[in-house]
Design a protein around this ligand. Structure first.
Ligand code: SF4
Ligand code: SF4
Length: 483
């Protein structure tokens, strides 16, 4: 059995306040009887240290929303209300509950448990409209989660051969291309807008600790990141290769921004990168409306790793110039789930899918999005915003995207911030293992494109009700059905 990959979470509390779902307030009619100190097993209610005759303000941080203190207060003095910061956070994609869950996972690396059963909706847009086939969950003898069988989450980046060629003497003739292996199907990425130096250092340190790479604008790579240089993936424009020769020469992967000229210039550019060092190039392609055509053309030109970049909510972007003006209405833009499926199918049709690596990013907000993106056809994902939530950032979608970092963050030591990012990755890794174990899949590489192991709500809906309600009546394959 191969040596087990394990991430070591450790409690890493931040001395910063994060938002809470509810506020608890103690009214003037409190008689300081102390009953709430006895009924709250989480010790949210305590007496004041300077005057034990009186009650201190409730500690909302530890509250688990059981409502017992509210019900048992003899004077009805306690009130619980939705925190206005919570109510204003996130948006239709980044739900405030999601932000709190990410924050909690970063505290100790534990898998979040909501308890009392799932009370949310069973379908929605994007990955919420997709369910994984957990049919193996009832077969504990095959359970690899608890150590009886090894589940590998390792993936490879680089070009692969469709087949091997041997000479008459049985010697391998094919030249096997170089690849980079990482133990989890996740790269880290610096989000748009830049980072404080200590947060950037922590991100690179955390990537090194969990054994993955981090995509960083080459201009931000400074001497203080030298000790973890092996984890850096410098991000450059095609015209900047020569300028950043030094950092590219030390890297194992380099991310190149896509441009229209790249379609014709790629073979020459690939040669140029090859002369600098061993870095394998990743081409970053915005998830625009025609992304599957762009990816197919790049793949046929020899690109070995392609990174599809959707917007921060996992929707189609405006085009090669970045988010920019949207060419079509938000409601018409595909989600990352459909974008990856379209790219994967296009490459399968072109018989080139097995040869290249697809990275997907944008709107990877929860652990379950990683295996779901892979089932749709990605080899791995890149993660940015959740790692910022781990260090205390909050996100607002309205009126426009705003990632807000907490005051005092720049004074937090790098090891604490890095440990929180490691904790979050550990919690996600455990959840990926849970999903894979329940699906009976032992190799993350085998998740890629296994859409037959997933159920897509739109297809089930169309197959079940399409014949009744859609014009002409058709099923998910577009075939007419008689009524
Ligand atoms: S139980 Fe009610 S009245 Fe008693 S100390 Fe707590 S808040 Fe005050
Ligand atoms: S709601 Fe429950 S957990 Fe929260 S403070 Fe009251 S008793 Fe404690």
């Amino acid at each position: 059995m191969p040596k087990k990959y394990h991430i070591h979470p450790r409690p890493a509390r931040l001395d910063l306040e994060y938002m809470f779902k509810f506020d608890i307030t103690r009214g003037e009619n409190c008689i300081n009887c102390g009953k709430c100190t006895r009924v709250c097993i989480y010790e949210a209610h305590k007496r004041r240290q300077d005057d034990p005759r009186r009650m201190a303000d409730p500690n909302t941080v530890v509250c688990r929303n059981c409502f017992r203190c509210i019900q048992e207060c003899p004077r009805g003095a306690l009130e619980k209300s939705l925190d206005p910061v919570f109510a204003a956070a996130g948006g239709d994609f980044w739900k405030p509950d999601m932000l709190i869950s990410l924050w909690k996972q970063a505290e100790d690396g534990k898998v979040p448990v909501s308890g009392a059963g799932y009370r949310g909706p069973f379908t929605g847009t994007g990955f919420d409209g997709m369910w994984t086939d957990m049919s193996e969950i009832v077969r504990p003898t095959r359970d690899g989660i608890h150590g009886r069988e090894y589940i590998s989450t390792a993936v490879d980046l680089g070009r692969r051969l469709n087949h091997l060629v041997f000479d008459a003497g049985g010697r391998l003739v094919s030249r096997v291309p170089d690849t980079v292996s990482i133990p989890i199907p996740m790269l880290f990425e610096v989000p748009d807008g830049g980072l404080a130096p200590n947060v950037r250092q922590a991100l690179v340190k955390a990537a090194a600790e969990v054994g993955t790479g981090v995509i960083v604008p080459a201009a931000d790579i400074t001497g203080d990141l030298e000790e973890v240089a092996g984890s850096l993936i410098p991000r450059v424009a095609p015209g900047e290769i020569e300028r950043y020769r030094g950092v590219i020469g030390k890297a194992r992967l380099v991310a190149i921004e896509h441009s229209d000229a790249l379609m014709t210039d790629w073979p020459q550019l690939r040669l140029e990168i090859g002369k600098i060092g061993r870095a394998l190039p990743i081409v970053r392609v915005p998830a625009a409306k025609d992304v599957e055509d762009t990816v197919a053309r790049l793949a046929h030109s020899g690109a070995e790793i392609i990174h599809i970049v959707a917007d921060y909510c996992g929707r189609e972007t405006g085009g090669p110039g970045g988010p920019g003006p949207q060419p079509h209405l938000p409601s018409e833009r595909r989600t990352l789930k459909d974008i990856i499926r379209a790219v994967h199918l296009r490459l399968v049709e072109d018989r080139i899918r097995d040869e290249l690596t697809i990275i997907a990013s944008g709107g990877i907000a929860m652990a379950e999005h990683v295996p779901k993106a892979m089932l749709c056809g990605a080899d791995l994902v890149a993660v940015d915003i959740p790692l910022m939530i781990a260090v205390g950032a909050t996100l607002c979608q309205k009126p426009e995207k705003q990632l807000v970092y907490p005051e005092g963050l720049d004074g937090i030591p790098v090891p604490t911030l890095a440990q929180r990012m490691v904790n979050l990755t550990a919690a996600w890794h455990s959840q990926i293992l849970e999903v894979m174990g329940a699906m009976g899949i032992r190799e993350a590489r085998r998740l890629r494109g296994e859409s037959g192991r997933a159920i897509f709500f739109e297809e089930v809906d169309r197959d079940t009700f399409g014949r009744l309600f859609l014009p002409g009546g058709s099923d998910s394959k577009g075939e007419a059905v008689s009524r």
